[in-house]
Design a protein around this ligand. Sequence first.
Ligand code: NCD
Ligand code: ZN
Ligand code: ZN
Length: 344
Amino acid sequence: MTDTITIRRPDDWHVHLRDGAMLQAVAAFTAKQFGRAIVMPNLSPPVTSAADAAAYRDRIMAALPTGSDFTPLMTCYLTDDTDSDDIAAGHAAGIFTAAKLYPANATTNSAHGVTDVAHIMPVLERMQQIGMPLLVHGEVTDGDIDIFDREAVFIERILEKLIAKLPDLKLVFEHITTEQAVRFVDSAGPNVAATITPHHLLINRNAMLVGGIRPHAYCLPVAKRELHRLALRKAATSGSPKYFLGTDSAPHEIHAKESACGCAGIFNAPYALESYAAVFDEEGALDRLEGFASLHGPKFYGLPVNEATVRLERRENPVPDDIQSGGFKLVPFHAGSALEWQIL
Ligand code: NCD
Ligand code: ZN
Ligand code: ZN
């Protein structure tokens, strides 16, 4: 049995670092585990211009512990009014690494999102031309579509058509949750990839609904049935360069989670790599963890891999019921249980 594993320092290709006091409270957890992270722009108001993103990047840098070598990679929140020249200029200036498509009202702080992809076709054409990745929250928002079907319907109605029109667009299907998504990504060209969260590899919808309603297991896209979790595990551990690490760590204040109308999002940053290690270990694929966590993402984004390494050891790693940080009480993924791996 393998008891220690050393891999290149990983990156998180999808994280919510928030802003203000919450940013101060959570930034260190991501910076400790990862060399870089793609930072989501769904602040309130959202990050829609290069000037906003540069200012947000400065706030993130200021929130990092002294001596941290963490690099935030910034994204632009697309709206119906996004201008192609602005996006291209922000990308050329090294401020925007990618742009994020939130269908309007699909998830947390997405009210300003895109109401119809047709409105941003000129922007997407330009992104294809300059090789700028489009990151997609892939769920339709139609009231008549069951929430458990919203990702699969998004593939049929939006993604297949988009890729047919823009076959060379670099596209990351974010936080995939279904076997349909795996099939779509597998059958697309090398310009189409996906991130997979630790929670979608570890829980199915029972975790949210059996024995009581568990708000800390609620996120969007919502966890699906077991067959989908198994398809995601197969994809993540397959060694395919199309799949890489994106935690979607999405902290909310405890009262906003434990509420009659609780917010979507799982705070998994404090134990993220240990969670992924558990999955790869269970699948007998620890030798493929480095590809998923540290190599495939940089390759897709055209960035160098990290030089530093990180060592994980098999040992009991208890997770507290909550984490007090910066005046917040946050409930981490795996709260009150234990992981079998620990970062040294
Ligand atoms: C995210 C958040 O809270 O910002 N929530 C979530 O459940 N994943 C938004 C998102 O990534 O969709
Ligand atoms: Zn999302
Ligand atoms: Zn997210």
